[in-house]
Design a protein. Structure first.
Length: 264
């Protein structure tokens, strides 16, 4: 009787710890706390100083601040931070300069943003120079991916802006990759994939959602920064009798969006 109770208690404890790790670990909470702290300081300044221009604490300035924050967070890789800064800047100029009409510049600026996105984003940075060729002596990349043999099928590189995407991964040596979702939705199915070492997913979700289908016996570790967003693990947790062999580490930034994890 006592042994059964201790076993059930240990299973409950392990399930609770797994859920806590899925909700947040690493330095993500530090970044989130720092950002909220800055918002609080800005609100305090606004309440104390009455002669500041209205645009200083406008939603346009918030977009620009978010862009700078994401840029620092990711070492100014990719272009999601640049998109936020440009959108905020366009509407901010419209408020500061009364005669400025952003409607005339909307499409040209949109094309410029899209062009800069593809120019600045390091496409295929994990893929060997020769198609199908494996690389053995890789150093840790900017996203923290470990060295080892891989091919392009072992990584995901997805970008969704005002659109949706569904991708199925069947690689048996999945390493991770980048997922960028801005005002759209992305679904990544890993139920047919396998990992031989911790896979790192760098996820940037802004005003959108990312859905991950991951087997319930895989461990999820979150190091992502959550700002008015969150991660929800809806998988049916299984009792763990030993350390998990399959680990997926979630990094990145979620702003006004969410990451949903399911097993089916």
């Amino acid at each position: 009787m006592r042994e059964d109770f201790e076993k059930r208690w240990e299973n409950r404890k392990m399930r609770w710890e797994a859920r806590c790790e899925a909700r947040g670990s690493g330095k993500g909470h530090i970044w989130t706390g720092a950002f909220i702290l800055l918002i609080g300081i800005a609100a305090l300044i606004k309440a104390s100083v009455t002669d500041l221009p209205d645009w200083v604490f406008s939603w346009q300035t918030l977009l620009i601040t978010l862009g700078v924050f994401i840029g620092f967070r990711h070492g100014f890789r990719g272009a999601s931070w640049l998109i936020l800064i440009l959108i905020g800047s366009i509407f901010l100029i419209d408020d500061i300069i009364p005669d400025f009409s952003y409607h005339r510049y909307m499409w040209p600026m949109a094309l410029i943003v899209i062009g800069l996105f593809f120019i600045l984003r390091p496409r295929n940075r994990y893929i060997p120079s020769s198609a199908g060729e494996k690389k053995n002596d890789l150093s840790d990349g900017p996203s923290g991916h470990k060295s080892g043999d891989f091919t392009k099928e072992d990584f995901i590189d997805s970008t969704c802006i005002f659109s949706g995407s569904k991708k199925n991964i069947i690689s048996k040596n999945f390493k991770g990759g980048d997922i960028v979702t801005i005002m759209g939705g992305t679904e990544l199915d890993l139920t047919q994939a396998d990992v031989t070492e911790p896979a790192i997913l760098e996820i940037t979700t802004i005003f959108g959602g990312t859905k991950l289908l991951i087997p319930s016996n895989w461990e999820i570790k979150s190091e992502a920064v959550m700002i008015f967003g969150g991660i929800e693990d809806k998988r049916k947790m299984q009792p763990m009798t030993e350390a998990p062999e399959k680990v997926v580490i979630l990094k990145g930034t979620v702003i006004f969006g969410g990451i949903e994890i399911k097993s089916y």
